[in-house]
Every structure is written in C-alpha cells, then in structure tokens.
Design a protein around this ligand. Sequence first.
Ligand code: BGC
Length: 469
Amino acid sequence: MSMADVRRLVDGDGGRFIYVAAALAALNGLLFGFDTGIISGAFLYIQDAFVMSPLMEGIVVSGAMAGAALGAAVGGRLSDRLGRRRLILLGAGVFFAGSFLMAVAPSVPVLVAGRLIDGVAIGFASIVGPLYISEIAPPRIRGALTSLNQLMVTVGILASYFVNYAFADAGAWRWMLGAGMVPAVVLAVGMLKMPESPRWLYERGREDEARAVLRRTRQGGVEDELAEIEETVQKQSGTGLSDLVEPWMRPALIVGLGLAVFQQVTGINAVMYYAPTVLESTGFGDVTSILATVGIGAVNVIMTVVAIALIDRVGRRALLLVGIGGMVTTLGVLGAVFYLPGFDGVVGWAATGSLMLFVAFFAIGLGPVFWLLASEIYPLSVRGSAMGLVTVANWLANLIVSLAFPMLRSSVGQSWTFWLFGACSVVALAFSYRYVPETKGRSLEAIEADLRENVGTTPAGAVGERSDD
Ligand code: BGC
C-alpha cells in the first residue's frame, strides 16, 4: 500500500474510511483488555517487591475495577457533554498517566493511585469505544464494527498474557504495567485525525458538520440518514437524564442492566483473571498453567471473530441464546470435572478443555452482545448516560465476582463455585429469551422509535407487540 493509498484511507473515501475509524476507536477495547489482563502476571512480582497485607493485595488487584466503575459513572455524562471523540482523547491521556505512574511507583499507595487512575480510563474506554463506533457505523454493518471493540478487548487480554510471559523471567513488573503507554499513544494520535460522531454533532445543532461526517463515511443515503436522525432529535421529550426515568425507557434499562450483571455473574472473569490458579490446582506446573491460559485467551479471540462474522446475519438473539446455553452446559461439566477424584494429568486437560469451551460460548454470546446492545438500545438524548449506568453495573458486578471468587473457592470448593455460575447462567438464559430484542439491520432511530411506542421486537426481528406488561 502506497502512502497515497494510506492518505486516501485516512482522509476518507466513503466506503473504507469507516473501517479505519472503527479500528482506531476499537483501540479503546485493546487498552481495556490489556490493562485488565496484565495484573494477573504482574501481581506475582509486585508481591515480591513490596510488603503488603492481604487486604492491600486485594486493593492493588481490584483497584482498577473500582476505578473503572468510577470512570463509567462519569464517562457517560462526559461523553454526552464533551462529545465522544474528545472523551476518547481524554481517556488516552488518562491511560498514559495511569500506566506511567504504575511503572515508576516507589510505594504501594502510589501503585494503588496508578491502578485507580488507569481504572478510570478503562471505565471511559468501556463506554465510549462501543458508543462512538455504533454511532458512526452504517446500520448494515453496525454489529460487526461495534463488536470490533470486544474483539480488541480479547486481543488486549491475550497480548497481556504474552507480555506477562515475555517479562516473567526478568520479573519486570514495571515494564509489564508500563507497556500500556504504547497503545495509549497510538490511540491519541490516531483519534486526532478522526471525526466526531455524526449523531452527537446533530444533537448539538451542528448539522453541517454531521452531514460532512456522514459524507465521509457513507457511499450514499446521507440525506435519508440525516432526516432520520433529525426526526429522533425533534421527538425528544426530556432533556438528558430526565428521560432515563421515563416509563418507556424501562424495558431498555431492564435489558441493559440485566445483561450487564449476567455477563459477570456467569463467571467469565474467574477464568480471565484466575485461570492459572485454577489450573495449578489440578496438578499442572507453573509453565503449563500459563501456556494453557494463553490457549484459553486465544480461543476467546478466535470465537469473537466468529461472532463478528455472524452477528449482522443471524442476529444478536440467536448468538446470545446459543452462547448462554453452551455456558450452562460447560459450567455443569466444569463443576463435575473438579468433583472427580484426581487422575494425574487427566483432570488438568479435561479442565483446560472445558474452560476453553466455556470461554468459546461466552465469546460468541454474552461477550460481544452485551456491549453491542448497550450501545444501540438507548435513545440518542441519553445514550451516553444510559450506557454509563449499565457499564457501572457491569464493573461493580465484575468487582464483586473477582473479589469473591478466591473466597468461594476456599469455602464451598471449586465445583460448587462453577455450578453456582452455572445456576446464574440458567437465569441469564431465561432472562435473555424473555427480554432481549433483536436489533439486527435496523437503524438506531428505528430502534428508538419502537421503544417510544412501547413495542419491542419479536425474536424473528420484525416489529410486533411484545406484551411485556
Ligand atoms: C467483559 C470483560 C471480560 C472480557 C473477556 C468483556 O466483554 O466485559 O469483563 O474480561 O469480555 O473477553
């Protein structure tokens, strides 16, 4: 590819520019994944470097999740106020500052401050990545482009496992944590060249700029899309937050909050953050456990690619239901595997296989579908704030599960812990079947119009009367 080609791509030639914008914004996902995954390895060496109480250890690990809940709490409103693009730029700066502080931390309090700051950036990124992409993408490929963000979350986690592995011999935890500065710089530099979300611009009365962005990112149909956005903006009854408590918003809030919590209480991060520990308990050595964990991370990436290929064709509901169904089954098997008396080696491999299958089912369902729906089912006037709310719920649930997992393991045992996740998955399945609408191929404005008219969409994707009340 020549420089001229690259320039054309970055300056916008309708069709392809949208992929560049989405890929750059998806670096938010990469940072989210990398910065959450890296601690699993770095922590081993931080423990050697500082004297810490068990409580302090917990604070070092979960500080980022607490920061992320905080970041998500203010990030939604900030994205409505500042705009999506400016929040991404701000987030990249915060990522850089947090990673830098952790890398040079002379003491535990400074390290915790770094984790918290980094967490705030993770919280911003988890909202504004999917939000920006879903608002700039054409409906036809919105699911795939928005899920690029989730793909990058999984790539970030896998990359963090590799970085951990690379620096493990040297015990270089400062380099592990500082490595997050690199994607933060790429994100900032790249976003400087990208446009603001056309929907946010329009809502702010900046119609000409919105039109210009649509021209840059569409091959046609710009005026139709603008007219649709205009209609939605004019229909707005409340100003921002007051809409959130309107009765017509309730179904969308139930779906968002439900999926946010179910995404976590079904146990994904027990695997993402603790897989090496779980595998060691089956008799695997250090190196085998870390390598098996890399394999699990790779399955997560591959199955997310499969989800992206399918999500705009078979739809969100089908993937979600198949995914959660598979999680129920594999969690049942996992509990059973740990229940069996240990046959050297066999249990370890059976556990690795079941963990891989569990992660595969998460990756085609709850992983991408939660973030996608959260970015598309809320009305424009409150989209940032509503997404902020469900994202806070997601991080709080994450915090609780990742803090509780070690305690659950030691109190009720590994089998019952996985069966408990399995029971939560059964409820998640029933919930999704009952409440989750299909949004495939529809414009964000059409989704909003349905919500206002108090109709959902049938599982088949056509508009119909879901008698939710
Ligand atoms: C979840 C994270 C999880 C990741 C794993 C994301 O969708 O929100 O909590 O670690 O998927 O791929």
